[in-house]
Design a protein around this ligand. Structure first.
Ligand SMILES: NC(=O)c1ccc[n+]([C@@H]2O[C@H](COP(=O)([O-])OP(=O)(O)OC[C@H]3O[C@@H](n4cnc5c(N)ncnc54)[C@H](O)[C@@H]3O)[C@@H](O)[C@H]2O)c1
Length: 248
């Protein structure tokens, strides 16, 4: 997989799945812009690892749910590297609660950080991708957006929204050689899932045909494939990375 000369922006890449994606894309030769919100040490750590691979990297602190922050982030990346070829919409949060008890704030926050961010970042980079007639938009959804999950109506709605957005974008910009795809991870071992109680984790493991949670690297491998020239004819697709759980 060859991504030299490609400039990538990975949102929420200070830790977890985003960090693994950033490192994998750098390994494949890409220049990687690291974004996170207020996590300077984590961002600097990822940049150091990428520079140790002799690749270029830049960190930009920005809240991806803020239109002003996103526009500034993309302008900085363009001013530094002149292009953005690959956007990975990865930043996300959970605020779990049953609908009856869910606050307006927990609804809005999850929709804004998980879904509005995808619209804002995609809109900001598309201008440049259309001009260069090449681009890859890869958004991290979730199997929860396909099958639903009690206690996660806000998160499931945002992730289902990402899938509809991705399929629409694929139709809007396909004629410019820009592809848009989503990845739907199952349960992946990160700080997000470390909140689960041990008993919950064991119950979930029983529902995973491959028997265990995935690793951030499992998701990163799928992103690297969709970003590569080998995936040039794949667009509007949702790729499950879930140990076989999909649709259960
Ligand atoms: N872990 C899983 O099992 C799992 C499963 C399916 C989908 N996902 C999705 O994968 C993505 C990454 O999840 P993770 O497990 O690595 O979570 P994580 O909590 O470990 O990492 C998320 C990162 O996003 C950053 N972030 C949060 N809000 C932000 C904002 N407003 N602006 C910029 N950055 C922000 C965080 O600071 C953090 O570094 C998320 O979209 C998540 O919904 C995770």
């Amino acid at each position: 997989m060859e991504l030299s000369d490609r400039v990538t922006l990975v949102t929420g890449s200070g830790r977890g799945i985003g960090r693994a994606i950033a490192l994998k894309l750098a390994e494949a030769g890409a220049t990687v812009v690291i974004n996170d919100v207020g996590a300077t040490d984590a961002v600097n750590g990822v940049i150091e690892e990428i520079k140790a691979m002799n690749r270029q990297s830049l960190g930009i602190l920005a809240d991806v749910s803020s239109s002003a922050d996103v526009d500034k982030m993309v302008a900085t990346a363009i001013a530094t590297y002149g292009r953005i070829d690959i956007l990975v919409n990865n930043a996300g949060i959970t605020r779990d609660q049953l609908v009856l008890r869910m606050s307006d704030e927990d609804w809005d926050k999850v929709i804004n950080i998980n879904l509005k961010s995808v619209f804002l970042c995609t809109r900001a980079v598309l201008r440049y991708m259309i001009r260069q007639r090449w681009g890859r938009i890869i958004s991290i959804a979730s199997i929860v957006g396909i099958v639903g999950n009690a206690g996660q109506a806000n998160y499931a709605s945002a992730k289902a929204g990402i899938i509809g957005f991705t399929r629409s974008i694929a139709k809007e910009v396909g004629s410019r050689s820009i592809t848009a795809n989503a990845i739907a991870p199952g349960f992946i071992d990160t700080q997000m899932t470390q909140k689960l109680a041990e008993q919950q984790r064991q119950e979930l493991q029983k529902r995973i045909p491959l028997g265990d949670f995935g690793t951030p690297r499992d998701v990163a491998e799928a992103v690297a494939f969709l970003a590569s020239d080998g995936a040039r004819y794949i667009s509007g697709h949702v790729l499950n990375v879930d140990g076989g759980m999909g649709g259960v």
